[in-house]
Design a protein around this ligand. Structure first.
Ligand code: IVH
Length: 675
């Protein structure tokens, strides 16, 4: 290892970092691409000759070579909250009133208004000025470790600029921001995907979300992702205002959106929101609203948090984009649960980045209520979710040819007579062998959040069901016996079938919680499946549990437990589990060993209101650290956590000599526990 080489390596890294900053953050490069490439190559060469000198924060290390097997989860030091939404001016006044009520009378309040970037939120941890981890929001308490992918985004600094000046106070900080893709880049990516016959992304946000969850950082590096940062969290509490923190973020080398305004009153805020809304269509990226934050950090702290959102910030969502078009017909779609839903077949119309020819009509009651008829001119809208919906009818332009619709009496797929439960609006096909239901179930089973079988998309599922190869989940694992038949199908071929069979084999590694979710049991979504799996640890225990035992699990209610009992009462389903088990799918989970911490195996009681989190959140935190939360104080109670206005439980704790923790102590212990 030579000293001159080390010196030059350090020098080159500093120079390259500076050029990256100028190019990717400021968008003001001052050297040519050739000059940049030659510096980069020189650094690569020196590092190759001196591998011992390679450090993870070198600009050459943005793209790692290793595939991520499965993302590890990392707990968030500060929960990643979401924002309460508002849509009307009056709701912004309500927000302002609540803020003032939470502070002293007559106190001055300033607000910062920013763009609400429509991307994916990310948490960046910088320790000692170096990017240590990048995590997704996850459930708000813990997220996926996507560091390797985020490092490939050149506008994310690997080293903080000007760190020396702030070494002490910024020793360990979290920076929150939004990863997004520009609209043109998204369109380009989709065009390329269409050419390769790959599935298209619905919008720029989905393409950013899909990209940061990819297993191969090299592909991530090739996708044009960017970041805007919008919040600094520092347990040292040195900052004074949010506005100053944003200035500081810029000095540290982060991209901060330039559209931000400091306002002295809520009427100024409202004005800025409408200015921002007007800019919406002229921007190269998508925004779906404005975010309003109390500027003073002390005031933010005093206002605290309710439920899952801070009291000191609110999102003002812009109206969804609308378009008008003709309703050419109404078709009925059969979902995986057998529910029949009406779909509007539209004259194709362009709306917010894509051409729309179908929209949801929700259910028959809704069609009647809105008096939607075929041949009407309808207003459609793309809301927060991807699927467009029909909002209303333009009755003024209705002609004599408008035709009211009746719900079908038989299933449009299998012809069996439909059934409508009294308490529901939907009509159901009760034939579990109905081809459309089978397709829906298989599509759910293979989907990314469930068994994640790459290559087994809807088109292939349709084909295999129609050919009689697939009826039930376990048939997927018999497909290999038909290898030659599958290869012979036009369009498929040897390579795609080999890949498909390999990903079917690979999916057997999915953990029990994902398998449980994949089974498609009503009300058992991904989150519920995770809770059930970690509580019961095996499908056998879950099958033998009664409804009461199931609903005693935190956050599992009676409709979930009923649905589970009903599912396992059906002996076909129990047999199905047996077959899937034989194919090697995971139906057990190891008990997670929780490291020794203050809360482990102790019982706590919560009382009064906490200003930083809701009771549910506090309960969740304690359970995740292996503690128990009980509703009444007894001798078994280890400690009570007393928020503001704690009442009789506090008295009881005092009389029983039970330890009393205030919110501050509780938060400190939580922080220690989750490290
Ligand atoms: S502040 C407690 N600022 O909107 C601070 N969020 O529902 C919370 N977002 O999860 C976030 N632009 O992903 C903030 N300028 C901005 C934002 C922003 C977009 C996203 C973020 C958050 C969601 C809020």
């Amino acid at each position: 290892m030579s000293a001159p080489a080390e010196k030059r390596i350090n020098e080159l890294r500093a120079v390259i970092n500076e050029h990256d900053y100028k190019y990717y953050v400021l968008a003001q490069p001052d050297i040519s691409d050739e000059e940049y490439d030659s510096l980069y190559k020189e650094l690569e060469k020196l590092e190759n000759e001196n591998p011992a000198l390679i450090t993870p924060d070198s600009p050459t290390q943005r793209v790692g070579k290793d595939l991520t097997k499965e993302f590890a989860t990392i707990p968030h030091r500060f929960p990643m909250l979401s924002l309460a939404n508002s849509y009307e001016e009056s709701e912004l006044h309500d927000f302002d009133r609540r803020v003032r009520e939470g502070l002293s009378a007559g106190e001055k309040v300033e607000y910062v208004v920013e763009f609400k970037i429509d991307g994916v939120s990310i948490n960046l941890n910088y320790t000692g000025g170096r990017l240590k981890t990048a995590t997704t929001r996850g459930d708000g308490f813990e997220g996926d470790d996507v560091t390797a992918n985020i490092k490939t985004i050149r506008s994310v600094p690997l080293l903080l600029k000007n760190f020396e000046k702030h070494r002490e106070e910024l020793a360990d900080i979290e920076v929150r921001g939004e990863i997004y893709m520009e609209i043109d880049e998204f369109k380009k990516l989709n065009t390329e995907r269409a050419e390769k016959g790959e599935k298209l992304f619905a919008n720029p946000r989905n393409s950013a979300a899909g990209t940061i969850k990819m297993q191969d950082p090299r592909i991530v590096a090739s996708r044009p992702l960017k970041i805007f940062t919008y919040y600094l969290l520092n347990s040292k509490d040195t900052g004074t205002t949010h506005f100053k923190n944003l200035e500081l973020l810029k000095k540290l080398g982060f991209r901060v959106n330039s559209h931000l305004k400091l306002c002295g009153s809520i009427s100024d805020v409202i004005e800025v929101c409408s200015e921002f809304e007007k800019l919406r269509d002229s921007l190269p990226y998508e925004i779906d609203g404005a975010v309003i934050k109390v500027n003073s950090l002390t005031q933010q702290r005093r206002l605290g948090t309710i439920a899952k959102s801070p009291r000191w910030a609110v999102a003002y969502k812009f109206r969804a984009k609308q378009a008008k078009t003709m309703l050419k017909g109404i078709t009925w779609q059969v979902g995986r649960t057998g529910a029949i839903t009406p779909v509007a077949e539209l004259d194709p119309v362009f709306l917010a980045g894509s051409t729309i020819s179908r929209a949801t009509l929700h259910n028959y009651d809704e069609i009647k209520r809105k008096d939607i008829r075929v041949n009407d001119i309808v207003i459609i809208e793309k809301g927060g979710d991807v699927i467009p919906k029909v909002v209303s009818v333009e009755t003024s332009s209705r002609k004599d040819d408008s035709i009211p619709t009746q719900p079908p009496s038989v299933c449009p797929s299998c012809g069996s007579v439909l059934f409508k439960p009294e308490s529901e609006v939907a009509y159901y096909c009760e034939n579990t062998m109905c081809p459309e239901q089978i397709k829906g179930r298989l599509s759910h089973f293979a989907s990314r959040g469930a068994m994640d079988i790459e290559g087994l998309g809807d088109a292939l599922i349709d084909l295999f069901v129609d050919m009689g190869f697939l009826h039930s989940y376990d048939d997927i694992f018999e497909l290999y016996t038909r290898r030659d038949e599958l290869i012979a199908i036009e369009r498929l071929g040897e390579k795609s079938i080999s890949n498909l069979l390999a990903s079917i084999e690979e999916c057997k590694k999915q953990p029990f919680s994902k398998v449980l979710f994949a089974l498609g049991i009503r009300y058992v979504g991904a989150g519920v499946a995770k809770k059930l799996a970690s509580q019961f640890l095996s499908i056998d225990k879950l099958i033998s549990a009664n409804e009461d035992e199931i609903s005693s699990v935190y956050e599992i209610g009676p409709s979930i437990s009923k649905s589970l009992s009903k599912f396992f009462e059906d002996e076909h389903n129990v047999k199905l589990v047996g077959k899937l088990r034989q194919h090697g799918l995971n139906f057990t989970e190891e008990k997670k060993e929780i490291e020794e911490n203050f809360f482990l195996n102790k019982t706590f009681v919560l009382t009064g209101s906490l200003s930083n989190m809701s009771r549910d959140e506090a309960t969740e935190k304690i359970s995740s650290l292996g503690g128990k939360v009980s509703s009444s104080v007894s001798k078994k109670t280890f400690a009570i956590i007393a928020g503001e206005e704690a009442g009789s439980k506090l008295e009881k704790a005092r009389s029983l000599n039970v330890r009393i923790l205030n919110e501050e102590e509780f938060l400190r212990l939580l922080e220690e526990g989750s490290q």
